[in-house]
Design a protein around this ligand. Sequence first.
Ligand code: ADP
Ligand code: 5GP
Length: 185
Amino acid sequence: MRNVLIVLSGPSGVGKGTIAKELVKRNKDISLSISCTTRQPRNGEINGREYFFVSKEEFNNRINQNDFLEYSQHFENFYGTPKSFVLDKLKDNNVLLEIDVNGGLNVKKNFKDAVLIMLEPPTINDIVLRLKARNTESDEEISKRMERINYELSMRDKYDYVVVNDQLNVAISQIEEIIKKEKPS
Ligand code: ADP
Ligand code: 5GP
């Protein structure tokens, strides 16, 4: 049985990280890809768990070595999906990428079978409330993230599936169903 490369995208604060962690906890056959980023770790984040935190110089070296499946700039930082890491994991497991819409669409160019899932909030106001409740960004950073919400959501038609993250457990079950359906037998 081949495995599925799943891309989970959606605006900052919609719940991607929460859902990704829960999917991996509940399903032994799903692995999370770990991206490289040049942003600083938030409180509680550990190198090699949430991200590989690297310097701008190291990130540039990796770009030159063609080491990313895709990468993009987000706010003032760079984020990239390490190619060999993902391909290795895909041999044994379904792999979940939690990346922005540009990254997702770039992955699809290389992997026609990648399954793109857009996570939407019930309302835009829910995102503001969630970002504030998460309490990990300054008001200025939250404003920057807000500016990008409409862009992310405008790409929904290019995605294979749209899932609304209203009740967390319902959204998780819907994504589990999509993976089951998409897994080639
Ligand atoms: P993202 O990874 O998309 O930026 P997070 O997973 O960090 O978003 O979620 C942002 C905040 O919203 C977190 O505090 C999280 O606990 C909360 N959250 C996630 N899903 C839900 C939900 N269905 N209902 C209410 N709050 C949620
Ligand atoms: P955050 O700083 O909140 O962890 O992430 C900011 C944005 O970067 C989110 O939209 C997240 O999905 C995106 N992101 C994380 N990793 C990657 C990656 O490897 N590639 C791309 N293109 N985006 C990523």
